[in-house]
Design a protein around this ligand. Sequence first.
Ligand code: FES
Length: 140
Amino acid sequence: MRAFYGAGGSGRRQVRHRRDTGSGIFAPDDQGRGTPARSCITPVDKVGAAAITTIEALERDPVGRQVQKAWFDLEVVQCGYCPSGQLMSAAALLASNPNPNDADIDAAMSGNICRCGTYPRIRAAIKQAARAIAKAREEG
Ligand code: FES
């Protein structure tokens, strides 16, 4: 296990006990293809030996870096309550689906609640990140 949620990083949220928000999501990582999981309801012993990616490590991942950049470029964040979970879910989506359509995005992000209602910007940011990742891959 490379890291685990709550290891002293900045991604922790006070709301993590609420299983319905998606704000405390981490992505158990299997060869770079993580499946988002809610840290508030996933015991560490259920993760086993799988590596875990947290929000703190997202910038070291090429997909995660583009997702973070798109969030910043499009000024997605308003209050800062939901971004950790949103970013982790978006990165996991783009790691498994490099060109998601609106339905793919809505399905992948459906567990993440944004009380500020930034959903249109979240969708736009995911599409921007997808384009940037594709361009980077073309350029080698
Ligand atoms: S930015 Fe405020 S809850 Fe999403």
